[in-house]
Design a protein around this ligand. Structure first.
Ligand SMILES: [Zn+2]
Length: 274
């Protein structure tokens, strides 16, 4: 992204290609399969869309120009461009047009207007805080809210924390032995069946891992008691899987709340990745 502050004639197709590469990297660095929702991958890694990165860089650059000492030639060039833009209203492309578009997009135009009138601009630190809150944080919250709204089973309440990386990554960082491959193949490597939902299959049906499943059921029974367990057993296979994943991902202060269940579930889901 070096020099993206001055990219002001990017076509939508250029941004789309950059976005595609960005999404690939976000998924690859977390070992998440390319078919997994981009919004989910963004939320768990606390990343922003590529356009937001570009917008933030440009806005920071504008701030640097405004607070730059007048002894530098760059400052004269900036003022010259600013004056020309203000006098030539039809200027639709170029650096200054981009500056006005971005400041308008995020409701920050008053800072430039004040600079033009008084020569005053927020300090570097304050401007960074303003950008982080107005642009970066807002973009992350938008993605997280959009994704959480689509989570019909409320499965992600322990996995996604808006404006933070997933707490599961924090736990995994402190306990690398807990990292395991996610089952994303449509074919079970244990019994060779082709499946619609391999997670449900491994949790409830696969005949080759009965011992691990019994261990998990036993721990769930001990944890939730007979009444909730009876309720649990009357659910559909999907409902049981969702409940098991929720119990397994419950965490607080960097620790899993039901560690023995988490370990048993991880053992059950450990499959060979194709
Ligand atoms: Zn199987």
């Amino acid at each position: 992204m070096y020099g993206c502050e001055l990219w002001n004639n990017c076509a939508a197709s250029d941004v789309a290609r950059l976005d595609s590469a960005h999404r690939f990297c976000i998924k690859h660095m977390q070992s998440l399969h390319k078919s997994i929702s981009t919004d989910y991958c963004m939320c768990v890694s606390n990343a922003s869309p590529i356009e937001t990165y570009m917008d933030c860089s440009k806005l920071k650059f504008i701030g640097q120009l405004c607070i730059l000492s007048p002894k530098y030639l760059v400052k004269d060039v900036f003022h010259n461009r600013l004056l020309r833009y203000m006098n030539l209203e039809n200027q639709r492309v170029g650096f200054m047009a981009d500056v006005y578009r971005l400041l308008g997009k995020y409701g920050l135009l008053q800072f430039l207007n004040e600079y033009i009138e008084t020569g005053l601009f927020p300090t570097k630190f304050t401007w960074k805080m303003i950008i982080d809150t107005t642009v970066n944080l807002q973009a992350k919250l938008d993605v997280a809210q959009r994704h959480l709204r689509s989570d019909q089973y409320n499965l992600l309440e322990n996995v996604i924390k808006p404006d933070n990386g997933s707490p599961l990554w924090d736990i995994a960082r402190a306990n690398p032995n807990l990292l395991t491959a996610c089952p994303f193949s449509q074919k079970c490597s244990l019994c060779n069946l082709i499946l619609d939902n391999i997670t449900v299959h491994l949790m409830c049906f696969c005949t080759t891992n009965d011992a691990q499943r019994n261990r998990l059921w036993e721990r769930v029974f001990n944890r939730i008691g007979i009444f909730r367990f009876t309720e649990f057993m009357s659910m559909s296979a999907l409902g049981q899987t969702v409940s098991l994943l929720k119990l397994s991902s419950e965490n607080e202060n960097g620790r899993f709340s039901n560690f023995s269940i988490t370990m048993a579930a991880v053992q059950l889901l450990k499959v060979k990745v194709y």
